[in-house]
Design a protein around this ligand. Structure first.
Ligand SMILES: [Zn+2]
Length: 179
């Protein structure tokens, strides 16, 4: 009988980890000039970042699209309007969306410029707002991270071969986040 509890714990652990799986993330901007500007480090050689920053060099001109391939629920956190300059709104995240997976996993997209598309919804890579700079953002861009219990992970984009300068066009796979 003493073995029952450890076996049960092991079974629960297997079931929990099985609920998270590798999704596919494509670039958030449907313009071929869109590029990855930060990965593990800010601006590719600054301080630790642990996320993708992607830009096409414009502000409030282009759609910021959901990145996860397939229909997902994007929960929207707004209230920051549109801005092409850094603000402290929402703790620096600006307007943002969260896709929630199992076992503490999340996929987030930050710094959205709010427009009529900016609301919680279930969709497949739909427009979430504009490529903007709401929150602690220097230069309009899309920030995407895959976190587990709040810790940013990097394997989701390094395993897909994403490095600085790579295309962030909406037809290109930039990562395989766990959800
Ligand atoms: Zn970022």
């Amino acid at each position: 009988m003493k073995l029952v509890t450890p076996i049960l714990i092991a079974l629960v652990a297997i079931a929990t980890s099985a609920s998270a799986y590798a999704a596919t993330a494509r670039g958030p901007i449907c313009q071929t000039s869109a590029r990855v500007g930060s990965t593990t480090y800010y601006s590719c050689n600054g301080g630790y970042h642990g996320a993708l920053d992607m830009s096409n060099g414009t502000c409030n001109s282009w759609n910021h699209r959901g990145m996860i391939l397939g229909s997902r629920y994007y929960r929207y956190y707004g209230g920051c309007g549109q801005s092409c300059r850094a603000t402290s709104c929402n703790g620096g995240a600006g307007n943002y969306v969260v896709v929630t997976g199992g076992s503490g996993w999340q996929f987030r997209q930050l710094h959205i410029g709010a427009n009529a598309s900016s609301k919680s919804k279930t969709c497949d890579r739909c427009a979430l707002g504009l490529v903007s700079s709401t929150g602690q953002s220097y230069g309009a861009h899309v920030h995407a991270d895959n976190r587990r219990y709040g810790t940013r992970m990097t394997a989701w984009y390094t395993s897909a071969g994403t490095t600085c300068g790579r295309s962030a066009y909406c037809g290109n796979v930039v990562g395989r986040p766990t959800l």
